[in-house]
Write a protein that binds this ligand. Sequence first.
Ligand SMILES: Cc1ncc(C[n+]2csc(CCOP(=O)(O)OP(=O)(O)O)c2C)c(N)n1
Ligand SMILES: [Mg+2]
Length: 657
Amino acid sequence: MNSIDTLSVNALRVVGAKIITKAKSGHPGIVLGSAPIAHTLFTRFINVNPEDDKWFDRDRFVLSAGHGSCLLYELLSLSGFGLTIDDLYNFRQKGSLTPGHPEYGHTKGVEITTGPLGQGIATSVGMAIAENYMAAKFNKTDIKVVNHYTYVLCGDGDLQEGLAQEAMSLAGHLALNKLIVLYDSNDVQLDGDVNLANTENVKGKVEAMGWNHILVTDGNDCDAIANAINEAKKSESKPTMIEIKTIIGYGAPNSGDSSVHGKPMPEEDIQTLIKNLSYPYGESTDFPTEVKEFYKKNVTERGISACNEWNHLLRTYEKKYPEEYAELMKFVYDDFEIDSVDDIPTWKVGEAESTRKEMGKILDWLSTKLPNIMGGSADLTASTMVKGADGIYGKDNPLGRNIKFGVREHAMAAITNGITLYGGMRGFCAGFFVFSDYLKPAVRLAAIMGLPSVFLFSHDTVCVGEDGPTHQPVEQLTMFRSMPNTNVIRPADAKEMTGAMLHAFKKDNTYPTVITSSRQGLPNLEETSAEGVSKGAYVAYKAAKDSKYAFVTCGSELSLCLEVAKKLKADGINVDVISMPSIYLFEKQSDEYKKSILKDSQKRMAVEMGSSLGWYKYASYVKGIDTFGKSMPISKIFDEYGFTVDEIYNEFKENLM
Ligand SMILES: Cc1ncc(C[n+]2csc(CCOP(=O)(O)OP(=O)(O)O)c2C)c(N)n1
Ligand SMILES: [Mg+2]
C-alpha cells in the first residue's frame, strides 16, 4: 500500500470519527473498518461523473450497510459531488444534506436509500438485471454502450437477512456477472460477535448459490482489494462476492469490539485513534490537500474522462446505428408514454371477469406499448395473471422481460425497485395480496424514494375462500393505505382496472402504485369510469339531486352497493354510491372536488371486505371485516360475513336512518 492510500484511508477514518462525534450520533465502527475498501473502490474503479451524476453508463454503487453513511458522504465530498466540509459536519442534523442514512434524491451521488439491512443487496440485483438487459439490447460487437458494473458494500447484518439470500440465490441463477459485492467481514455486529448468531460457511454458501467467492485476508491492504476486484471483473458467468476480513473500528481503543459499532467516540479516543494510525493531520477537521488532490485526479477527473469517452463512443454509435441510438435515448430519458389506447382490451358492460384476469390482459397490452417495463410474479403467474413480455428473462434470453422470481416475494419487490432505480426502466411484480406482508419493507422504500415501481396483487379479500385465513387478506389494504406516498388502487371492474393500470404506468409518477384485484368474476358495470380512477373517487350512482345518504366503497363491493342503493331507491330512500378506488389519489384532489364528492349534508356508510379502520375518515358507519377469514367455498363467504344485498340493506337502515 503506498503512502497516499494510507494517508487517504486514515483521513477518511479520522475525519469520519470527528464528524460522528460532533453529531453525537452515528456508526464509527464501519467507517474505520471499511475505509480501505471504499477508498480502493472509488479511487481505482468506480466510474462516476459528478458533473453529470445521472450519466447512464456510470458504475452503480450501493451502500447496503446504510449505517456507513458517513463514509459515503466523505467519499462523495472528496469526489466532487458538492458536499462541503460544513455539510459533512452537519451530519444527521435537521435539514442537512447528510442525513442519518443515505437518501436517494436528497444527496447528489446517492444511488439508493439504504438503512434497512439486506435491501441494498437485493435492490442491486435489480440494477444488475437492468444493466444486463440494456447491454443485451443495445451493445454491438464493436461498440458497447452499456458497459459498467454494480458494486455493493455490505456487512454481516445484510447477509443475515433472508431478503439478501433470496436475491443472491436469484442473482446466481441469472448469472449476473457484473454484480460485485464487497463484504465487510469483520465478525462483529451491533450486539456482539457474529458467531453468537452465525457460524455458517460463507464461501460454501455463496458458491452453492452460483457465485464466485474471493477472500481478502487483510482488509487494510488496498492492493489486495484491488486485485480481488480485478479478478471479479473477469467473471463471465457469475456474480462475485469479495469477502474482505476487516477489523471493526480499526485504530480505536475498542477496535474489534461491538461497542465501537454505533457509539460516537469520546474525544480522548479520537486522540488515541490519531496516535494509533500515526496520522499526521490530527489537529485538522478537514481532509489533507494531498488527499483532496488525489481524489480529484483519481475519481473526479478519471470519471469525467470516462464519461467523455463514453459520449464520444455514443456519437459513433449514433452514426453507425441510428435506430438503436434513437431507441436508447428513449430509455435514457425515460421517454415512453402511452399515446393511444385505441387497441387496449375492453369489456362489454355486464360482461363478468375477475379483475386479476383483466389486470393481466391490460399488462400484456401495456408491455407492447412500453418496451421499458419488466417484471413478473413470485411463482404465481397462473393466479395473478401477471407476466412480463418477450419470454423468460435469463442467461439464455437476456432480452426476456418476464422475470421468474420464484417464491421470493421480498427480493422480488426489492429487485423491482432496482430495475426502476437503474434509470429508464420500470419494474413491476405480483403475488397474492395476503403475501404482500412478505414484501412490505421494499414497497416502503419505494415510497420513501418516490419510485414509480408497480406492485400488482390478486386475491384481494376473504373471497379467496377455501384456502382459509392464512390466505385471506383482511388488514393489508389498511396497511398499504396508511403508508405515506403510496398509491393503493382497488378497482371495481374492467373499466376501473384499465384506469388503474394506465395511471400506475404513467411516465412521471413519483410514488409506487399498489393495485389489488379479485379472484372472483366481477361484472363490468354501467356506472364506472376509467377516468374516475385518476381522481381517486367519483360518484358512480346518483340517487337524487340532494340524496341524504351515500355509500363509499370500492372493489368487488361496488356492484353490491349499487344493488342496495337501487333497492333503497325503490323504497323512496335516496342513497348515492361513491366509488373510491384510490384514497391516495382522492386526497390529492382540490378541496372543492373533495367536497363535491363527500358532501357535508350526507350521512355515509363505507363498505369493504377488509379492515374497517381506515374508513371512519369517510363514513360514520363502516361495514368491514375485522376478524381473520375462514376456510369455505366463496359461495358461502358472502353470507358468512354479511356481504349480501339484504344484509347491507338492513344494516344501512338500522345504522344510518
Ligand atoms: C433490517 C434491519 N434490522 C436491524 C437494523 C439495525 N442495525 C443497524 S446496523 C446493525 C448491525 C449490523 O451488523 P454488521 O452488518 O456486521 O455491521 P457492523 O457492526 O459490522 O458495522 C443492526 C442490527 C437495521 N438497520 N436494519
Ligand atoms: Mg459486521
